[in-house]
Design a protein around this ligand. Structure first.
Ligand SMILES: O=C(O)CCC(=O)C(=O)O
Ligand SMILES: [Fe+2]
Length: 406
């Protein structure tokens, strides 16, 4: 199937206003979709051939299509071209002062627990001793792990193939390497193990999900991707917080403490997003680590090819905010709980049991807070339906979807 047939199949005509600036393999995204549906997706030995079309058809390097599109005018074809050539720095610079993410060299746990557990920040010196920071780079991976098969979304490729893809692709949303079994695959030690390549920074204090031991849900990932790859808006799973350390490259983060309405969620325009009260932005450079407090929505984009390490956790802070949120999430949103193995039938019961055993006082307090929050919500709802009308400053049509959104 050649792109010109795809054009035809999409009902495009030459009268649409925007010229297709690209030649070569326009709309390679369609070939990507075909590839992902094909048998090749299961083949770990596939070689990246510079485009999805060439890779799917396994074309020799001298058989590239080169379609001259000078007289094709199409918004549909122009849009992915613009998206894959977007100047990301235009979005990552000129951050309004009020939005700028707080930066410190380091942080003590006491300060984190008392003041920062619910706010994003970047630490510029905290991971400088990690061997991973000193050793890892794309070249180092090519040297040591070129035959290791990593997971990139729905495909499993050798690092050699993925590195080629990183260098030669024009995808609007490049395939993102996100592998949670990286330590086993690379045969490296992590965390508390001797000779670890990285460890949990002390400033985040205890991680209450460690109570689950081997039964804890997936919580650490190696992340590698080219420029433009990244994570679309989401909150982290199971009401956990996370840290994310850039080893190579730089990531632009834009974060919001909550998403109040569909309108905000759909806010597509960066300039308007920046005006939303509470918006926090910043660039996390190589050697720096960023804190993602639980519940914060975030969009992340790699400004250049790079490597990162991330881990999710439940911090312990005096307000017990994070533990309460996590318990409430596991108990009240079982359908949204993710990352546990199939053997764990009831994650809430498991976590509740472990807390009862090791920290009964924390469990009791968190359940109490949950109950009083629930009672508070019920009171608000009753007041709203009692017909008193909205209070000053309350919108009538703005739905609070926080409860239903992921
Ligand atoms: O580095 C990134 O793309 C962000 C990853 C992230 O937000 C996550 O793993 O939840
Ligand atoms: Fe995240």
């Amino acid at each position: 199937m050649e792109p010109r047939y795809l054009l035809h199949g999409h009902g495009l005509d030459s009268a649409t206003p925007t010229r297709v600036e690209a030649t070569g393999e326009p709309y390679d995204d369609l070939w990507k979709a075909l590839y992902l549906e094909s048998k090749l997706v299961k083949d770990e030995n596939v070689k990246w051939k510079g485009s999805w079309r060439s890779t799917l058809l396994q074309l020799p390097d001298d058989r590239k299509s080169h379609i001259i599109c000078n007289n094709v005018f199409s918004d549909v074809l122009h849009r992915p071209f613009v998206c894959s050539n977007v100047n990301l720095l235009a979005f990552a610079t000129g951050i309004p002062t009020a939005n700028q993410i707080s930066r410190f060299e380091n942080l003590e746990y006491a300060d984190f627990a008392a003041n920062w557990a619910e706010k994003p920040f970047i630490l510029t010196q905290c991971v400088k001793d990690w061997p991973a920071l000193k050793q890892w780079s794309i070249e180092h991976f090519l040297d040591k792990y070129k035959d290791v098969v990593f997971r990139a979304e729905s495909v499993d490729w050798t690092f050699e193939s993925y590195a080629k893809y990183m260098e030669y692709n024009t995808d609007e949303s490049p395939l993102y390497l996100f592998d949670r079994r990286f330590a086993e695959k690379m045969n490296v030690s992590v965390g508390k193990e001797p000779e670890a390549v990285y460890w949990r920074p002390d400033c985040f204090g205890p991680d209450l999900f460690e109570l689950l031991g081997k039964e804890r849900p997936a919580h650490r990932w190696l992340i590698i991707g080219p420029e433009r790859s990244g994570s679309t808006f989401h909150k982290d799973p199971n009401a956990t917080s996370a840290w994310n350390a850039v080893i190579q490259g730089a990531k632009y983060w834009i974060m919001f403490p909550r998403m109040r309405s569909i309108a905000e969620w759909l806010l597509e325009f960066h300039a308007e997003g920046r005006q939303v009260p509470g918006c926090i932005e910043g660039v996390c450079a190589a050697g720096e680590i960023l804190h993602v407090p639980s519940g914060w929505w975030h969009l992340v984009v790699n400004l250049e090819s790079g490597i990162a390490l991330t881990q999710n956790f439940i911090p312990e802070s005096p307000s017990l905010h994070h533990l309460t949120e996590a318990i409430g999430f596991l108990r009240d949103k079982p359908a949204q709980v993710t990352g546990f193995t199939r053997e764990v039938e009831d994650p809430y019961k498991l976590f509740e049991g472990r807390l009862q055993e090791k920290h009964p006082e924390l469990l009791e307090k968190a359940l109490e807070i949950l109950e009083s929050k629930k009672a508070g919500k019920k009171r608000k709802w009753e007041a709203a339906v009692a017909g008193d009308g909205p209070q000053e400053g309350e919108g009538v049509l703005v739905l609070d979807l926080e409860e239903t959104a992921m």
